[in-house]
Design a protein around this ligand. Structure first.
Ligand SMILES: *[C@@H]1O[C@H](CO)[C@@H](O)[C@H](O)[C@H]1NC(C)=O
Ligand SMILES: *[C@@H]1O[C@H](CO)[C@@H](O)[C@H](O)[C@H]1NC(C)=O
Ligand SMILES: *[C@@H]1O[C@H](CO)[C@@H](O)[C@H](O)[C@H]1NC(C)=O
Ligand SMILES: *[C@@H]1O[C@H](CO)[C@@H](O)[C@H](O)[C@H]1NC(C)=O
Ligand SMILES: *[C@@H]1O[C@H](CO)[C@@H](O)[C@H](O)[C@H]1NC(C)=O
Length: 473
């Protein structure tokens, strides 16, 4: 206390001193060396006139540096000794995937004729440019502005729990302003640790990345629910319903997705994440039921053992599976797809008619071009731990740009997982209409699918520009 008071006194004294006329004499001391006698003397503050011990040089330059000075131009911003990566000299509108990991100094250049961009003398932003090649050297088809659609969870402030018990980092509209319908938290609970007992205004959907959790809740009828869930399983806790989450003896990392973006800002926990005693392996020992009994309707079962569902596999392209109220009624307004996209393949061009899309990438590298009517489009790059956000009805694809599978969650705030497939739409539109509108050759129009492809395969070599491919017919 004494120290603080003393500090305030010293600061006040310093402020008073700097405001005094004596301290305002700019021609004293070496901080403001005297310029030519007719130079304008600027009325600059002198509170910094006493330099730190050992400091040298001058804080400010002299007033004769103002304006024209007649010295010859020196220095160079010419970038020497750089190399371009495969695909960089292809036509800008091909938008080939560029791998800037192959060169020392990535350059934001595309195409030769009508070249876009130019060299980059620095500051060196290559640690971001290598991860975001389509932002650094955008495809020529990107036009106008689209709200930012990418947030790396690794840039979120990490809130650390007590005594090594875990941590949590969140994405909300503060960091990704376009994300107005859904928000997420990446949370770690060490073995036996708890997420503090709580409830919130938003519905909470959870997906287990690793390990196992014991979850429990009590509803307003006094019915209770308890279950153990593993990697790949999901839960849903309705708004206002209090619940508990404890990691079992191997710990867990999991994803929370909220259907109201304000909620994640309004957490005011006391302990938040903290260590606990191991839960008894036999769940029956913790199955506390009252006179109302356990929750006993399909829509009051708050977990879904999604890990045990085999996905729909699309040969050569990948797989996907959906969990929404069709099979998990408790999750009243959150629908999800877990999508695996093989190298070279993509989640086809589509949009969601009833909801924004919130993505979380578990593995692999991908890119998405978001098209926003009437005439804007922008391409974003994604890797593990990145959140993506695509506004309702904005068309987009998700392309695997790397050599390993892309795995991601597509989340909708909707009572069913639905989308409109561009390929199927065109396949079910009279051929003459499609040909007259898009001037596509017959072999392309004849190959348009009448079913929904979801995923389509493609060349694994990203600079291969032979786009002849089928929808598996
Ligand atoms: C955290 O660790 C300290 C030191 O071991 C201990 O005194 C304290 O009780 C622990 N707190 C909790 C919540 O376990
Ligand atoms: C946890 O899950 C993530 C996402 O599926 C995976 O990449 C990671 O390897 C897993 N970690 C462990 C320790 O199993
Ligand atoms: C908990 O006990 C109730 C009966 O009171 C039973 O219906 C329910 O299946 C039990 N749950 C678990 C996870 O054992
Ligand atoms: C990828 O395709 C390009 C263009 O056809 C070719 O030049 C290159 O050698 C291919 N790369 C590999 C690894 O096959
Ligand atoms: C493009 O690929 C298709 C299908 O593999 C093949 O039939 C065709 O010959 C290729 N075209 C060129 C120009 O290489």
């Amino acid at each position: 206390m004494y120290t603080t008071t003393k500090l305030y006194a010293v600061l006040s004294l310093a402020l008073l001193t700097s405001a005094s006329p004596i301290a305002h004499d700019k021609r004293q001391g070496n901080v403001y060396p005297q310029g030519p006698s007719d130079a304008v003397v600027l009325d600059l503050p002198s509170a910094t006139a006493v330099p730190a011990p050992g400091a040298s040089g001058d804080l400010y330059g002299t007033s004769d540096l103002l304006g024209y000075d007649g010295n010859p131009v020196k220095g160079s911003a010419v970038v020497q000794n750089y190399r371009l990566v495969p695909g960089q000299l292809e036509a800008t509108d091909k938008g080939l995937e560029l791998d800037f990991n192959l060169v020392d100094k990535p350059q934001p250049i595309r195409g030769t004729e009508g070249m876009s961009g130019g060299t980059d003398p620095g500051p060196d932003t290559s640690r971001y440019d290598r991860l975001n090649s389509d932002v650094f050297a955008a495809p020529g088809t990107d036009t106008g502005g689209v709200a930012n659609a990418q947030w790396p969870i690794g840039l979120s402030h990490n809130r650390l729990g007590l005594n090594g018990s875990g941590w949590a980092r969140q994405q909300n509209a503060d960091v990704l302003p376009a994300a107005t319908q859904l928000a997420g938290v990446d949370m770690r609970l060490s073995p036996n640790a708890y997420r503090e007992l709580h409830w919130h205004q938003a519905g909470e959907w959870g997906f287990v990345f690793n390990g196992s959790l014991r979850v429990a809740l009590v509803d307003e009828a006094g019915q209770s629910f308890i279950d153990d869930i593993n990697a790949g399983d999901v839960w849903y806790f309705p708004p206002g319903v209090p619940h508990s989450i404890q990691a079992l003896d191997q710990g867990s990392e999991f994803l929370l997705v909220f259907d109201d973006v304000d909620v994640t800002r309004s957490f005011k926990p006391m302990k938040y994440i903290f260590p606990g005693n191991a839960a008894p392996p036999d769940i029956a020992e913790q199955n506390t039921t009252g006179p109302a009994g356990p929750t006993n309707q399909p829509d009051t079962q708050y977990t879904y053992h999604w890990s045990q569902q085999e996905p729909l596999t699309i040969p050569g392209a990948g797989s996907l599976k959906i969990v929404d109220p069709t099979t998990f009624p408790a999750s009243a307004d959150i629908s999800a797809a877990l999508v695996t996209i093989h190298p070279g393949a993509m989640r086809e061009l589509h949009w969601h008619p009833h909801s924004d899309e919130w993505n979380f990438f578990l593995s692999g590298t991908a890119r998405i071009t978001v098209y926003q009517a009437p005439s804007s489009s922008q391409t974003f790059d994604y890797g593990p731990g990145d959140v993506g956000y695509i506004p309702m009805t904005s068309s987009h694809y998700i392309e695997n740009t790397g050599s390993e599978d892309v795995v991601l969650l597509e989340m909708l705030k909707a009572p069913q997982f639905t989308d409109i497939s561009v390929a199927q739409w065109l396949g079910l539109t009279p051929k003459q209409v499609v040909k007259d509108t898009l001037h596509l050759p017959d072999e392309v129009v004849d190959n348009l699918p009448k079913y929904k492809p979801y995923l389509i395969s493609g060349p694994t070599n990203s600079t291969d520009t032979n786009y002849t491919k089928s929808f598996g017919q």
